[in-house]
Ligand binder design. Structure first.
Ligand SMILES: [Zn+2]
Length: 267
């Protein structure tokens, strides 16, 4: 059986207890993408793997592979975001961010921008400088955009018009639709289709110019400046956040338990 070792930086996006002493980690690595590894003894006090081998740690990992299995030989913390666990609402939000990263990453596929996006998002949530809902929505939209679900936000996806009295987000159509196109082909009202039928229904969300500007900003901005935009009205903020969440869940065609728990606590 082939054995080899690698050394890589990685973000621990999941850490579940295994047996009495170990943890099973899901790592997101720049080059190797998503890797599942066993951290032997990581649940034992005084074990050297205890602090680096937990969720929300960005660290350096020495990994040993044998066949389909991998073990952590050694690890060190580069930056810890474990303060996210101090607040249960924040913890579920961070877990949801990780769950989305898990869903959007692949084994052996370089993580690309998803990794710095996750790190930036954890950092923003730790600093408490930003509105959590805005951080979440910016992550959702950008994660969708970089993972093959980039929404068309410059012109109507049906008539290609760039100017219109109003625009709507056609979630499953993957872009904006102008008010003229909506008027000529009214959609089934959203209330009439089941809410958990992700990816199977037509969802049209009315968006203001302010919401559209924020969405355009988030899909195009340099990652370092992802949160440097403003949404002035509370109504626009709500629409922006709802649009971002609806957009990613419907393109992933699934919901998340972590997100449900976050909503239960935050509402
Ligand atoms: Zn149109």
């Amino acid at each position: 059986m082939a054995t080899y070792d690698i050394s890589t930086d990685a973000l621990v996006i999941r850490a579940v207890p295994q047996g009495d002493h170990d943890r099973l980690l899901t790592l997101l690595c720049p080059d190797e993408g998503r890797i599942t590894v066993i951290a032997k003894g990581a649940r034992s006090l005084r074990n050297k793997l205890m602090s680096p081998c937990r969720a929300f740690v960005w660290g350096n990992f020495e990994l040993h592979f044998k066949g389909d299995m991998a073990w952590v030989r050694d690890a060190s913390v580069i930056k810890s975001f474990t303060s996210l666990e101090k607040d249960i609402e924040l913890m579920y939000l961070a877990q949801y961010i990780s769950d989305v990263c898990c869903e959007l990453s692949g084994q052996g596929e370089p993580a690309g921008e998803l990794l710095p996006l996750a790190l930036n998002t954890y950092h923003a949530l730790c600093t408490d400088k930003y509105d959590r809902e805005i951080v979440k929505a910016a992550f959702e939209l950008r994660a969708a955009a970089i993972s093959g679900y980039l929404p068309e936000l410059t012109e109507c996806i049906r008539c290609e018009k760039t100017e219109a009295p109003a625009f709507y987000l056609d979630v499953m159509g993957g872009g904006i639709v102008c008010s003229d196109c909506i008027a000529s082909a009214p959609e089934i009202p959203e209330a009439e289709v089941p809410v958990d039928a992700y990816g199977t229904r037509s969802i049209i969300i009315p968006i203001t110019a302010g919401v559209l500007a924020a969405m355009r900003y988030v899909v195009n901005a340099p990652l370092k400046r992802l949160l440097s935009f403003g949404i002035t009205s509370e109504v626009d903020k709500k629409t922006f956040c709802r649009a971002a969440e609806t957009y990613i869940l419907n393109h992933l065609e699934r919901g998340f338990a972590s997100l449900r728990l976050y909503h239960e606590l935050s509402e």
